[in-house]
Design a protein around this ligand. Sequence first.
Ligand SMILES: Cc1cc2nc3c(=O)[nH]c(=O)nc-3n(C[C@H](O)[C@H](O)[C@H](O)COP(=O)(O)OP(=O)(O)OC[C@H]3O[C@@H](n4cnc5c(N)ncnc54)[C@H](O)[C@@H]3O)c2cc1C
Length: 572
Amino acid sequence: MVVKKPRIVIIGAGMAGLTAANKLYTATASKDFFELCVVEGGSRIGGRINTSEFGGDRIEMGATWIHGIGGSPIHKIAQEIHSLRSDQPWECMDGNTDEAITIAEGGFHLHPSIVDPITKLFNNLMEYSQGKLNEATAKGELESYHKLAALAAKVASNRSGNNNLSIGSFLRQGLETYQISKEQEEVKGCGEWSRKLLEEGIFGMHENNQRTYTSADDLLTLDYSAESEYRMFPGEEITIAKGYLSIIESLASVLPPGLIQLGRKVIRIEWQLDERKGLENGCCSSKPVKLHFCDGSVMSADHVIVTVSLGVLKSAIRDDSGMFCPPLPSSKTEAISRLGFGVVNKLFMQLSPKHGGGKHEYQHEHVNDDSDKGFPFLQMVFHSPQSETRHKKIPWWMRRTATLFPIYNNSSVLLSWFVGEEALALESLKDEEIINGVSSTVSCFLQHSQWQKGSSSHRLCNGNANSEERSQENEVKFSKVLKSKWGTDPLFLGSYSYVAVGSSGDDLDAMAEPLPKDSSCQPSASSPLQILFAGEATHRTHYSTTHGAYFSGLREANRLLQHYHCVGIYNN
Ligand SMILES: Cc1cc2nc3c(=O)[nH]c(=O)nc-3n(C[C@H](O)[C@H](O)[C@H](O)COP(=O)(O)OP(=O)(O)OC[C@H]3O[C@@H](n4cnc5c(N)ncnc54)[C@H](O)[C@@H]3O)c2cc1C
């Protein structure tokens, strides 16, 4: 009897691929059931998890947060491997969001009485869209938010048609309904800003945060009904002190040397659409899938688990790509086309020593002058890009950035998130252009604040576009920057997925369907499960996250394990 071990090749050494490899290996290693290997196109493991270093601090270029610690498998691993504590400084945002200050373009520090109602409105609208604010439980103040949100949803869906309602149009309708229902005093001392403009600007800032969470460049493309299907874990959202990569390294640590092959970019996947072609002398073909690599080498396999990003799949289904041969069926290509995959980038900036690039001190006129503080957690309210009163020195690619903040209390490394068009533009800008653009922006926002102890408070701009004269030497400077480039990296072509208007959770399910489907219990079946799909974009309720990727890797590993329980693993 000849023992044929099924060969399973996993494409991609990110969270999904390594979880699948870990599961398949640990579930069967002692019996040596499978010939297993992971082929990774890049020169490192981790994929969209990439812990790095900047200014001596540990930072994350990709995945940053454990989104809710209650029930998260990532949190469980982090606890088991003691990754949640570290002596080295890391990107932890340790509580400074509580002390966020909101400043409107021109340097107008906004009082909570202006900001908080809009923040509350925005949060309640989002909770409504997520199904968390419902009639039965909404009492007191929440009842009025519920009514407002329900009305906004009705008006917006009448306008766009029930199946095409976007989060963007629902939110804007919510703001309009709110503004109509409230008569409020005009604000004073905010230059060109009226209350209405400020409310729109603050609302826009929250929309920009939402763009970052979802990766949707334009919230008008983000599907409304899918929002209530998305699941979050309860509990705190935390970062991983020893770095997100420690989770990946832990998953990989059980695998024998050589099982993960780096620098092995797959350029073509040949599979057997017609099952009969997979038959050899009436028997199941031993290796129905052929992988072609960029160096010209070829590898055959019984099963391939594809974990590449949705961005890579979108590029793979273009007419001329030839990545899949035969091409993927329309159920797959339509889901791939319809789902959204946006670009989100992180920009790290080191403050120059003159401006606090050691331990630095920041004071704001509106804050107790005696309390020396590091750079604030800054929330930025911009004028609209078309506004005549906008500050011309602020580049367009900064205008939809919501926040700028130190990566931990008193850190001299600041972080901003960029989405969509702006995130892509950032990738091609020179460091010097970025430094100048961010410096001008920060200076415009902090011009009414004291920067560095000892420097006198300076009011060089009153928020009027005509008075942009500013002392160059007071401009906040950065000595270096580091940015991610997820949009143009050919191994990712974007950051994470979202349900776009026109797609639905069904498309995420279609993404997870294996090819050909497992019909192994039927007598005529041959070569089932040639191509399996894992990765964050294949999880209906946890897409866009590391734990979604983790669950998808487990799912596909279990699918194969179950398959072999059914048919056995030995062929004569
Ligand atoms: C900026 C940013 C911030 C994020 N923040 C968070 C967060 O805070 N919390 C969270 O939970 N998630 C976050 N995410 C999302 C999270 O990182 C991803 O959902 C998750 O890591 C995806 O894992 P994956 O295994 O599905 O895909 P990937 O990590 O993309 O793995 C796929 C692998 O396939 C490889 N590959 C691609 N093409 C080929 C080829 N042709 N041949 C061979 N190999 C190939 C790639 O190099 C990659 O290593 C963030 C992502 C980004 C980009």
